[in-house]
Design a binder for this molecule. Structure first.
Ligand SMILES: [Fe+2]
Length: 305
C-alpha cells in the first residue's frame, strides 16, 4: 500500500492531531512518501545556487553546520542534534498555525514551531501555508547564528511585555484596541526583518537573511536584483506602519547593517511599546485574528506571575 504521505493539505496524521486539538506533535518520519522526498530534493536543488548568490554568509554557514540533506526531507532530531549545541535553539514540530503569543513564547524558550508537511511536488511555488521547506531550509539555518538567535528571543520578550502592559488596562475594549495595534506593529516588524529582511554586505552590496526570501526561488533573486523593489535602510517607524502584503512579491524591503543592529532595534521596539508609541499604528494589513488576540489576552496569568 502506498504511504499516506505528509503533503500540505493531505496529511491524515496532521489532520488527526488537529482534530484532537494537539498543537505540539512528533515528526512521524516513516510517513513521508517518495513524492514528499522528491519535492524536498527538487526544492533544495534549485535553491542552492541562488543561496550562494544572494544569501548572507551566516545563513550559508548554517546550512552547512546543520548538514541539511539534499535528497530527502530532514529528520528534525538530526537537525536539532547539530543546532542545539550552537545556540540552544530547537525545531519543535507543530500541527499547524500557532497562535501569536504562543509562537513568540516558544521563541523566548528557544523553540521554533516547525511545520512537518511539505508542498506537493507538482506545485513547487504555490504555498497556501508554511511547509517544512520554508521552516527548515528557510528559517532554521539562521538559528545557528548566536546574534540572530538572540534577536528571536528578544521578540519573545516583546510579546511578554505586550501581554503584561495591556493586562493592566481595565476597560476591555480599550485593552483589545491597544493590544491589536501593538500586535500589528510587532507582526509587521517581524515580517520586514525575520521573514523578508535584507542585510548590507556580500558581493552584491546587499544580501538576504529573511526566511520568506530564502525559501522562495523566484522572490530571492527578485528581492536583490529587481528595479521594481524599493530597498531602504530599516527605519522602524516606517516598518511598523507599513502594511504587510502576503500574496505577491514584496514591493518594499528594509536593510539592516548587522544582527547586532537588529537586536538593538528590537530593544528600541520594546521601549516604544512601554512608552505607548505603538498604541496607534497605521491601520491595514495584517488583520489581527481573533485567535491571536485571545492568545495574548489569555497570557495574562503567565506574565503577571
Ligand atoms: Fe516564516
Amino acid at each position: 500500500m502506498p504511504k499516506p504521505g505528509l503533503t500540505t493539505g493531505h496529511a491524515p496524521f496532521v489532520e488527526e492531531a488537529r482534530s484532537r486539538g494537539d498543537l505540539y506533535i512528533t515528526q512521524p518520519y516513516d510517513l513521508y512518501s517518495q513524492e514528499n522526498h522528491e519535492a524536498w530534493r527538487r526544492l533544495f536543488a534549485r535553491m542552492q545556487p541562488r543561496w550562494e548568490q544572494f544569501a548572507n554568509d551566516r545563513f550559508l554557514h548554517g546550512v552547512e553546520a546543520l548538514a541539511l540533506p539534499a535528497d530527502r526531507v530532514p529528520r528534525l532530531d538530526d537537525v536539532n542534534r547539530r543546532l542545539e549545541p550552537l545556540t540552544g535553539f530547537q525545531a519543535k514540530p507543530v500541527s499547524g498555525y500557532v497562535p501569536g503569543f504562543l509562537f513568540f513564547d516558544c521563541l523566548r524558550r528557544r523553540e521554533f514551531p516547525t511545520t512537518i508537511t511539505i508542498r506537493d511536488k507538482d506545485h513547487m511555488d504555490y504555498l497556501p501555508e508554511p511547509d517544512i521547506f520554508h521552516d527548515v531550509a528557510g528559517h532554521v539555518p539562521m538559528h545557528t547564528d548566536r546574534a540572530f538567535a538572540d534577536v528571536l528571543v528578544r521578540f519573545g520578550d516583546c510579546a511578554h511585555t505586550a501581554a503584561q502592559l495591556t493586562a493592566e488596562i481595565r476597560d476591555q475594549r480599550e485593552r483589545e484596541r491597544r493590544l491589536t495595534s501593538i500586535m500589528r506593529a510587532m507582526s509587521r516588524f517581524f515580517w520586514f526583518t525575520v521573514e523578508f529582511g535584507l542585510m548590507r554586505g556580500g558581493p552584491l552590496g546587499v544580501c538576504a537573511y529573511g526566511s520568506g526570501l530564502l525559501s522562495s526561488y523566484g522572490e530571492l533573486q527578485h528581492a536583490i536584483e529587481s528595479d521594481a523593489v524599493q530597498r531602504y535602510p530599516l527605519q522602524m517607524e516606517w516598518a511598523i506602519n507599513q502594511g504587510a502584503e502576503i500574496d505577491h512579491y514584496q514591493p518594499i524591503l528594509f536593510i539592516v547593517d548587522s544582527f547586532e543592529h537588529l537586536f538593538e532595534l528590537v530593544g528600541r521596539f520594546e521601549q516604544w511599546m512601554r512608552a505607548g508609541k505603538l498604541d496607534n499604528v497605521a491601520p491595514g494589513l495584517p488583520e489581527i485574528q481573533e485567535g491571536d488576540l485571545r492568545s495574548f489576552m489569555e497570557a495574562e496569568h503567565l506574565v503577571m506571575a
